[in-house]
Design a protein. Sequence first.
Lengths: 155, 439
Amino acid sequence: MELDQLYQDIILDHYKKPRGRGLRDPTVASGSVAQVRHVNPTCGDEIDLRVHLADGKVVDVSYEGMGCSISQASASVLYELMVDRPVDQALSTVDAFTEMIGSRGQVEPDEAILEDGVAFAGVAKFPARVKCALLAWMAFKDATVQALAVEGTPS
Amino acid sequence: MTTTLPPLGTPPPGMPQYADIPRLDVAKIRADFPILDREVNGHRVVYLDSGNTSQKPRQVLDAMREHFERHNGNVARSVHTLGTEATAAYEGAREKVARFVNAGSSDEIVFTKNATESINLVAHSMLAASLDPPGDPRLKVGPGDEIVITEMEHHSNIVPWQMLCERTGATLRWFGITDHGRLNESTLDELVNPRTKLVSMVLVSNILGTANATARITERVRAVGALLLLDASQAAPHKPVDVVDLDADFLAFTGHKMLGPTGIGVLYGRRELLAAMPPFLGGGSMIETVTMQKSTFAPPPARFEAGTPPIAEAVGLGAAVDYLTAIGMDSVAWYEKQLTTYALEALHAVPDLRIFGPPTPVGRSGTISFDLAGIHPHDVGQVLDAEGVQVRVGHHCARPTCVRFGVAAMTRVSLYLYNTTDEIDALVAALAKVRKVFA
């Protein structure tokens, strides 16, 4: 297996210059916020991730955590992809990403949907690293579902 | 008057001579391990993860194959020839293991699934003794009692005691670690006190490589009347382990880290203690009589071996013990010390590499964990793998140790008798590639 399939330049770039890192308080009062902590028990990687939803859109995804280049870069890519996206589209993007990562290289990723996320296609061939790539994405999904539940609750 | 001195560097007569050093022929040993010839990612494999699981020599594989091909039957219940042969092989393996750790009798050797099960066996038996009315006072724990472990334990020697303490109301206490990765014994007299029921500690750390000197602790354990369990998982494969010398009440280790197969572990227990212990798992082979109202239990070790045991695995472990014994554990220990000295020097020379644990080859094993320039161990391990170098990365099932040193994970190299200095050179060269990728 070729190492550069895994460590693509895009991934290393996101790792060295993470986008959207740091937990942020909502800048607008409306909408709902949920925060989760996800861990990868096999390696001890952790992420705290906060989602702010309003008017059916992802207003912000902020995060803090420690982990390997794959898990850190995938959080950075997630941030770039999700901010300003309609919530239903954001969730289907998570599904597309999950499908690609879990496919062992069988699924051809759609760059129009996943953008920089397609760089992680190579991860699918390294089963030990799949959980690293998915850590932030599973946290995002979890936080979004929680924020939607809060939103759905009549105040 | 002049005296003639021997040439410089030659020990005087009466002292151990250079020729007395136990030696092993690593090339000859490597020829017994077929897997060491394979390629990984276009490179000859460099296996530096024996602390995780060791490779197996042909002699072990052959013994297991021979067992299945010629002697397979169930043990301890058959009158037929195959069952009798299988029983003899299984009990023969028990005798080999007993001799290997210098147990007084093979009845003091219980076969388990692994070291984790060995430790759980003791913890669960103590729980049963604590809950059931006639429990032996040495085994009973409750509120006010204390169990002492250390900050350098594998999770397998932490979680069973946490569970026992939660269920009984006893308190779990910990020895700390010094900055150099040594056990902090300065609190010994306070930590091990008349409230202490059991001290359970590792002989050789699976993450720091620290080889603990247990004599002072054992003395204190005896003084307060507590029990001592030693986790020898990372010791028994690498150096002579003698239960009489160590004065241990219990000793736990596993087969697969000492050239044997997975699925077989060992619990040594002092005979009279095992005899006082309630069973852990119930079922066939561990009973004396069973009625619909009540069962009575067989004497040890059968009491602790419910169900069909790992028979071929025991045979494999017996073959591993034979293999190691033929080489000599002194030779294994000496060779690994030389290798560790070489590895520590080579790693100290790598820029931005920080070793966790003892920095010198004294009182330590060939297990060396490190950080390289803050690069995450998963990334280090991935690049090393691309060069054929197999190391362990992560928290090594010893999270409290990682927390003690302020990291989430470490990269770990663990050496064994089949490793060479060439392989350490390959590791160092591969570490340079890691730096290049993440520069």
